[in-house]
Design a protein around this ligand. Structure first.
Ligand SMILES: [Zn+2]
Ligand SMILES: [Zn+2]
Length: 777
């Protein structure tokens, strides 16, 4: 039999912008890593497609196979291939997103002395001969470039390329309790707490999962000496079944569990449940069934650092079956999660956006929690949408996908309404605890005297006071971090702006001005650069100021703050949420980070300082985001039986978004938004791509965007061009336009034409193509 000719389509781990084809002699499978020639060097690649036919053109050959069996299954390979095509992103960047750092396998050139050849006589090379004694090899990178060249041309040594293996997987250290804490004296509080925690879990716990505990190492040592716990540093193997008690599902939850067919291949499910309706419990029980079938599960959550409770619930139920993926992990931790998923030791992968590429095999279900969350869309290259890729991966893996939300995105809701592609909507109308949804009251700021309006109007003040009297908790939302959003000259009105972007600098404490878009910082000016006046004042309020204001209003209350300034410190968000849950804080002030699915049982009051903020933004998605934020934050109130109260302070009390949020009328809002989008010819009725063009020179950027926006193709409409909302960003002037098309293939055809018209990378123009953009303007 003749040797079969084969070839493969490979995503190489370098920014070459497209998939490359190579021929191969051995049988190859999608999902295997290979070493391929690229220019004059070699690089690692991931095989995405294989063909058992003669290659269409003359191709270079694959040099080595790096994996004996595929590391990615075909469902994931097809998802990656889809993402390369649909988002028009660089396959190299996608592969890097899919493989944890250190797994991109690199190569090393090594030199070997050839025994027959004489050593060159050049003086400078004499000293090097000793390096090669006893058949030792020398790394090419350790030699001077000139010496290396001379040695190679002399023929005394030969050069080999060797594959360097990734760093070994770190061992996993786990502990478990072996004694009741009774033997400990009462004063050893932290030792007792740790031991009680371990007993509650009742099994081995990875030490890395307990990292948030203060003085953990010392506590483990003390308890180990007292024979109260066992430590092991082996790899994880055994299957841990559910550890905590499984609650009986409510009637509504049971209906969803029955309706999701785990054996029938691909289907789409929207679990549309009010806040607190127990969506997580539905996920947990579905996953249990999937594990019982011997399959694995993938769970996406938005911004995992903000939702430590979610991971804790999964760990409590499934123990070491859970592998966590998110950007806050160290490289070694991420590699460990990745290996455990790959080897099937952990059959549940849970993580933010990029976990959609987790190497799970035999997927039985994919779950996307809070599917509406904008963090699923990656804002930089590769610009993929985690939720949409999750649906693609479920389809390619032939398993159901469950999207959960209390405020579904218009895209998902629209798709579910059309009942296309085997999709269903499941409603959870009641809270699992039996609590009722909080009543929402509007405070019309127009009717309140100017001086008393903001930030805390008299009715809100009174409500906070009552809440504190009852020893309950309150959260206050103000979607602006920092001290004051504006620093202006009170004489001429000059605003302090970022020198690199077209936005106002935000005042922070301790005294400094910060650009929230590029991070530029400066100390506040002492006088106006326009009119030299020293009357410089701060206008408006941010979370820092609100926090201090509340401390003044309620000196007896313990006030905390949650925003991304706080969140920058590792573990700070978790610490704050834990202290709040332990009732060590009475009031938390914060940005939209407050609305992220936290379950805070003692919160009975939610105040929104400016509920209609953001409704005037030009982006058509602004109202959807505002509705989601208001509903989600209101949903934090009164979850555990005690009635909740929500107050929205606003100027435009009649705005349809405010009215719908007030009446918990999600369907009403979605219908209103749907007809608006249809009238505007925007997604979900048409597919869209945003093209943004930037250059250091304003005129050049404007001319270039004009040129690109004049390209036309059948079925496509162009909206714009116009300056971006932030016209200047990091010294680049930005213009943009939107391409919409009813049919996806028309949009792709247009984008391909646009690609051909793009100027080269070194031209100073930057063109960003954002398919399915999260911002429409
Ligand atoms: Zn001035
Ligand atoms: Zn800036």
């Amino acid at each position: 039999m003749s040797i079969m000719s084969r070839w493969a389509r490979v995503a190489v781990a370098r920014p070459v912008g497209r998939l490359l084809d190579y021929r191969c002699s051995q049988k190859l499978y999608p999902g295997q890593r290979v070493l391929v020639p690229l220019g004059n060097s070699q690089c690692t690649g991931l095989v995405l497609e294989c063909f058992d036919s003669p290659p269409p053109t003359k191709l270079r050959a694959i040099e080595a196979h790096l994996d004996p069996v595929p590391i990615f299954d075909s469902g994931l390979c097809k998802t990656l291939a889809f993402a390369c095509h649909w988002y028009r992103c660089d396959p190299g960047q996608l592969v890097r997103a899919a493989l944890p750092a250190g797994l991109g396998i690199s190569t090393m050139k090594q030199l070997i002395r050839l025994p027959e050849a004489p050593w060159p006589e050049a003086k400078s090379l004499q000293a090097l001969e000793s390096l090669f004694q006893g058949d030792r090899t020398v790394r090419a990178q350790d030699l001077d470039k000139k010496d290396l060249k001379a040695l190679l041309s002399s023929g005394a040594v030969s050069c080999d390329t060797r594959i360097t293996q990734p760093a070994p997987e770190p061992r996993i250290e786990r502990i478990r309790a072996t004694k009741d804490p009774e033997f400990l004296p009462k004063r050893n509080k932290s030792q007792r707490q740790l031991l009680e925690h371990l007993i509650k879990i009742g099994d081995w716990v990875a030490v890395s999962q307990l990292r948030h505990i203060k003085g953990l190492r010392r506590l483990i040592r003390l308890l180990e000496t007292a024979d109260a716990l066992e430590r092991s540093t082996q790899s994880l193997h055994e299957v841990v079944d559910h550890v905590d008690r499984i609650p009986e599902p409510t009637e509504e939850q049971a209906a969803v569990l029955d309706a999701v067919d785990l054996k029938g291949g691909f289907s789409q499910h929207l679990v549309y449940g009010v806040t607190g309706s127990g969506k997580t419990e539905v996920y947990l029980q579905l996953i249990k069934k999937v594990l019982d079938q011997g399959k694995s599960a993938l769970v996406l959550v938005p911004e995992i650092a903000l939702t430590p409770q979610m991971v804790s619930r999964f760990s409590a139920r499934f123990g070491n079956q859970v592998a966590v993926f998110h950007s806050g992990l160290k490289d070694s931790e991420r590699r460990s999660s990745w290996h455990r998923s790959l080897r099937g030791e952990s059959r549940i992968a849970i993580g933010a956006r990029s976990a959609v590429f987790a190497p799970c095999h035999q997927l039985g279900i994919i779950i996307v929690d809070e599917e509406h969350d904008s963090s699923y869309k990656q804002g930089e290259n590769p610009r993929y949408h985690g939720r949409d890729l999750a649906i693609v991966r479920a389809k390619e893996s032939d398993c159901p996908v469950v999207l959960g939300s209390a405020t579904p995105s218009l895209e998902t809701w629209h798709r579910a309404q059309n009942r296309r592609q085997n999709s269903q909507v499941h409603r959870l109308k009641y809270r699992a605890t039996g609590a009722t949804l909080p009543s929402i009251e509007l405070i019309d700021l127009k009717s309140i005297p100017f001086q008393k309006r903001l930030p805390v109007s008299p009715p809100l003040y009174e409500a906070i006071e009552r809440t504190l009297e009852r020893k309950e908790q309150a959260i206050l939302l103000l979607n602006r971090r920092g001290w004051a959003p504006l620093m202006t000259c009170l004489d001429c009105g000059f605003e302090c702006q970022c020198p690199h972007c077209s936005v106002a600098l935000v005042s922070h404490r301790p005294q400094r001005l910060v650009c929230h878009y590029c991070g530029f910082e400066q100390s506040p000016p002492t006088h106006c650069v326009e009119c030299n006046s020293t009357q410089i004042g701060e206008l408006g309020q941010g979370t820092q100021q609100l926090e201090q204001h509340l401390r003044g209003l309620f000196p007896q209350a313990r006030v905390g703050r949650l925003d991304s300034d706080v969140g920058r410190r590792r573990g700070a968000v978790r610490g704050l949420l834990e202290r709040f849950a332990a009732q060590e804080i009475d009031v938390v002030v914060g940005t939209q980070m407050l609305a992220k699915g936290h379950d805070l049982p003692s919160v009975t009051l939610v105040g929104v300082i400016l509920a209609d903020r953001g409704l005037q933004l030009p982006d058509p998605r602004g109202s959807e985001r505002a509705f989601q934020l208001l509903t989600q934050v209101a949903g934090r109130a009164g979850r555990a039986g005690k009635p909740g109260r929500v107050l929205f302070q606003c100027f435009d009390t009649q705005h349809p978004v405010i009215q719908a949020a007030c009446q918990h009328d999600g369907d009403g809002f979605l219908r209103w938004e749907q007809s608006r989008r249809q009238a505007m010819g925007l997604p979900p009725f048409r597919r869209a791509a945003l093209i943004r063009c930037s250059h250091r020179d304003r005129k050049s950027a404007a001319r270039e965007v004009q040129r690109l926006s004049r390209i036309s193709s059948p079925g496509c409409q162009i909206l714009g061009p116009a300056p971006s909302v932030m016209e200047r960003h990091r010294d680049q002037w930005r213009f943009q336009f939107l391409i919409t098309a009813e049919r996806a293939q028309d949009l792709q055809f247009h984008l391909a034409r646009l690609e051909d018209q793009k100027r080269p990378k070194n031209s100073g123009f930057r063109v960003v193509v954002d398919v399915d953009p999260s911002e429409l303007m």
